[in-house]
Design a protein. Structure first.
Length: 380
């Protein structure tokens, strides 16, 4: 296990082709050789192209020992770049990365004691599942065949892998879930002090993703290894993360657990991005002057379930333009029109409302954001 600390780390990436293959070989170099049939492997599977300059700016982050830190953000925000910096697959332009207080700037990835699972799993197509899992030891003389078999057996049992039915098959004959487990198995056999997981569940269908999310949670709890998990999926972040780091446009915007991020977002981006509602926007934003004169200099945010019907002392009077039952709860989803705003709220009313109804509301809780910067000023 290890505590990872990033101090003032920055990185600018120019538009260039990035080889997924060479990135993985960089990590693997010194341990094993892979067999690729390049004539049968389309080049497009190995290369992606950056479309613009990208900058990761002034990253300061502590990843606690033995905990799972989830890096969450929209596509292109810098999550994977951050993971590659931690792994040593790319070097920062400035700043320091430490493992347990030791600067690892000059330590190659293969010597950092890390295990990586990539989004595309990066399995060797020329190796059966068994050899993929044990690929670190294939050309090693340090472990005899008995020890290798025992390591394989232990890893397979942990992952629920059927040795007879799965381990003799090649990656092309494995399902997405099976490939994911083989990739995790290879990661585990390295006996790492740091797991780096780059959206390992993204290629699975919804049912498999939920199932393996639970299995992965069990594994992380069992091993208690420092883990950095990169995802854009909020359900995964909330379920797996002891701590969530929210990124946008190459910067860390906020870090904390889900309750901290949801109940006290640092700005409008986090307030809108952290969304447990799924079918509705996470927050409704008004110009403060539309709510009360005392809020003139603020943007006022209200969660969809913080609108309270109130005929006696309403804050706003809105007109219904849509009413339907929620898919995920017993609430009604009500589309409302108020001045120039159209928005959606949750209501627990038993009688189904209809278009054109007028409703009076006050608010359970308000978020006050600065109009210029978007930063949170107060909660009332």
């Amino acid at each position: 296990m290890a505590e990872i600390v990033l101090k003032n780390v920055s990185k600018t990436l120019s538009p260039e082709k990035i080889s997924i293959e060479s990135t993985f070989f960089h990590l693997a170099k010194g341990y094993y050789t892979a067999i690729y049939d390049k004539e049968k492997t389309p080049e497009k599977e190995y290369y992606t192209e950056a479309k613009k300059f990208f900058k990761l700016e002034n990253i300061n982050l502590v990843i606690p020992d033995g905990k799972t830190t989830v890096v969450l953000g929209p596509s292109g925000c810098g999550k994977t770049t951050l993971l590659k910096l931690i792994a040593g697959l790319i070097k920062p332009d400035c700043g320091v990365i430490e493992y347990d207080g030791v600067d690892v700037s000059n330590i190659p990835p293969k010597d950092r004691g890390i295990g990586i699972v990539f989004e595309n799993y990066a399995l060797y197509p020329g190796f059966e599942a068994e050899k993929n899992i044990l690929s670190r030891f294939i050309f090693s003389e340090k472990l005899d065949s008995f020890v290798k078999k025992e390591r394989l057996k232990e890893t397979a049992q942990l992952l629920g892998v059927d040795i007879k039915q799965l381990l003799g098959r090649f990656p092309k004959n494995l399902s997405g879930g099976e490939r994911q487990r083989v990739a995790l198995g290879r990661c585990i056999t390295r006996d790492p002090k740091l797991f780096l997981l780059d959206e390992p569940l993204s290629n699975l269908d919804a049912n498999l993703r939920e199932r393996y999310r639970i299995e992965l949670k069990k594994l992380l709890r069992k091993f208690k290894i420092t883990t950095v998990y990169v995802t854009h999926n909020q359900e995964e972040a909330i379920f797996l993360g002891d701590r969530i780091v929210v990124m946008n446009e190459g910067k860390i915007i906020q870090e904390g657990n889900f309750d901290e991020l949801f109940n006290r977002p640092v700005n409008t981006f986090v307030a809108e991005f952290i969304n447990p509602y799924g079918e509705l926007p996470s927050i409704v934003l008004f110009d403060g002057s539309e709510i009360s004169e005392r809020f003139n200099k603020y943007l006022v945010g209200v969660r969809p379930d913080d609108f309270i019907l109130d005929e006696n002392s309403p804050s706003i009077l809105a007109e219904v333009f849509l009413a339907r039952l929620s898919v995920s709860s017993s609430n009604q989803i009500i589309g409302l029109r108020y001045k120039e705003n159209e928005f959606f709220v949750y209501l627990k009313e038993k009688s189904l409302l209809k278009r054109g109804d007028k409703l009076s509301f006050h608010f359970r809780k308000l978020f006050l954001f600065d109009k210029n910067s978007g930063f949170l000023v107060d909660l009332i």
